[in-house]
Ligand binder design. Structure first.
Ligand code: MSP
Length: 506
């Protein structure tokens, strides 16, 4: 496939609270995808950042006894720290309080006003501060938002966006672009929401101050979602004349299922109304529970992502989050499940394979890439299978099937483990040195390919593996998948990749 410009975004995280596992998860998915696509030769722009305006943040600042500005500065930094700790490869970190963003939001607001897409009226209805969302009476369940958030009755002058006028064009757009919402099952929920009829959307508020002022009417601040969604084009230099539309043409917005409606309905409508192209794809993932329970502050079971990497290790955490659930579905976090995957899939399957092979290479092949010699069919079969896995993994990545991609890679690892047991190179040491070298060469070459393929998921360990089999850094992208190891190259001393997780004695 030819080189493309690809744009992948995480949501902008509310800074009302500290980062939790959900934030780390959405960003991890973007990071793994971005890394894969870069390795596959594409030019990727990965954006993340913080959503800093609105009533929820204003209230949290008040509670913390800080000015909103001081509060958001501090909280935004904790997200930056998290992303650094997780080794995320974002190209930009945007804050909605930055001047560049205000400029873009003002521009699009004025454009919509000029086009008669925004008008002044007044809103009376329900609002949930926790969700920063308006709800119809008919949507409430037992007097609460469908998300369980408390609602309050608000009556205030508001500017409205003519969302109702876009209903048919949105439906037409979804029909023409069947891959717009991923997975399709979640897209169906959005379709029925739109088919149910769209009302005009309030896009300004007057009962608090912490937001971007409406141009020429500063008694209003913009509705936080109008402000926040626009960040996706701010970061591409909109509205400057040469804004990066080539990235925009391939925009993939990744998020949790709870905010699909904002991205799949409101956002494309704002864009179409401004005569801009909707994003290419909206990708929704499921939610994590903790040991079977819904994660909530009131239950006191929020998972702190810094603690995870401290306890299990960074690559172990990254691997677990990507492997444990099928992306798009809900998933459960449990200590036992992490330990099981760490010890069986990372320490045993992958770690031991690399260790066993490289210790033998070190002892019996003078710590050099072994002599390839003549490959037998079983040797070529293993290597060929490893090469072919790239194609399958690539297919999975274009369909957001991270867990399936890992399955494919672990199938190769499983085959390599069976191969080493069957070929028993330790026995060949006494009977057939040449064959021993070929078997170990076959294994090193397979490990090289596995090392390449796991890079997006566990970048640190992948680098270690590639160092151990002597792959130079400029040979680590997927264009070099067939650049086989050269016999005789010196290798470093093998080391353990994944220590087993041992429970502390009670
Ligand atoms: N600020 C908005 C997004 C604006 S984008 C223009 C927002 N922020 S958020 O901080 O509340 O949520 C960010 C992301 O975290 C969402 O994708 C949400 O789905 C995700 N998660 C929050 N809790 C989660 C879990 N328990 N599990 C998985 N992800 C969850 O919404």
């Amino acid at each position: 496939m030819s080189r493309q410009k690809l744009y992948v975004t995480s949501p902008l995280y509310y800074v009302n609270d500290n980062p939790h596992i959900g934030h780390a998860y959405t960003n991890l998915a973007c990071d793994v995808w971005a890394r894969f696509m870069r390795l596959d030769g594409h030019d990727v722009f990965f954006l993340t950042g913080t959503d800093e305006h609105g009533q929820k943040v204003e209230k949290s600042a008040e509670l913390a006894g800080l000015s909103p500005k001081d509060f958001v500065d501090e909280k935004s930094q904790s997200f930056r720290d998290l992303f650094k700790a997780f080794d995320f490869s974002n190209n930009d970190f945007i804050r909605t309080t930055e001047p560049r963003h205000k400029k873009a939001v003002h521009h699009i607001w004025n454009l919509l006003l000029e086009r008669d897409q925004i008008y002044l009226s007044s809103y009376s209805g329900w609002y949930a501060i926790r969700d920063e969302a308006f709800y119809n009476e008919s949507e409430l369940i037992d007097g609460k938002a469908p998300t369980g958030a408390p609602v309050e009755w608000v009556e205030e002058p508001c500017y409205f966006f003519r969302l109702s006028a876009w209903q048919d064009r949105l439906l037409e757009f979804y029909e023409k672009h069947p891959d717009f919402m991923h997975p399709r099952s979640r897209g169906n929920e959005v379709l029925s929401f739109v088919r149910g009829g769209l009302k005009d959307l309030a896009v300004s508020r007057t009962t608090f101050k912490w937001g971007i002022p409406v141009p020429n009417d500063p008694t209003h601040v913009m509705y936080v979602w109008f402000d926040a969604l626009t960040n996706y084009i701010t970061a591409l230099d909109y509205p400057n004349e040469n804004w990066q539309q080539d990235f925009w043409a391939n925009a993939h917005h990744v998020m949790g299922k709870d905010i699909l409606r904002f991205h799949a309905v409101y956002w494309p409508a704002f864009l179409m109304a401004a005569d801009l192209m909707p994003p290419k794809q909206i990708v929704a993932h499921g939610w994590w529970t903790n040991e079977g329970e819904k994660i909530s502050k009131s239950l006191g079971n929020v998972i702190n992502p810094f603690d995870l990497i401290e306890k299990y290790g960074l690559d172990q955490t990254r691997y677990f989050l990507m492997r444990e659930v099928s992306f798009g579905n809900d998933g459960n976090f449990s200590h036992q499940a992490v330990v099981k995957r760490m010890n069986s899939e990372l320490a045993n399957d992958l770690g031991n394979l690399v260790q066993r092979v490289l210790v033998q290479v070190s002892k019996n092949c003078a710590q050099k890439v072994p002599e390839k010699g003549t490959l037998l069919p079983q040797d070529s079969a293993l290597i060929e299978k490893a090469y072919k896995t790239l194609e399958q993994v690539r297919h999975e990545f274009w369909h957001w099937g991270f867990h399936k991609a890992l399955d494919q890679i672990w199938e190769v690892i499983g085959d390599a483990n069976r191969y080493i047991d069957e070929q028993a190179p330790w026995g060949l040491k006494k009977t057939d040195l040449k064959r021993m070298e070929t078997v170990l060469y076959t294994l090193c070459e397979t490990i090289r390919v596995v090392g390449l393929l796991v890079q997006p998921f566990i970048p640190k360990t992948a680098n270690q593996i590639l160092d151990l089999v002597g792959v130079k850094s400029e040979y680590r992208d997927f264009a070099h998948i067939l650049s086989a190891l050269v016999s005789g190259v010196d290798l470093p001393q093998p080391n353990v990749l994944f220590p087993r997780f041992v429970e502390e004695a009670a």
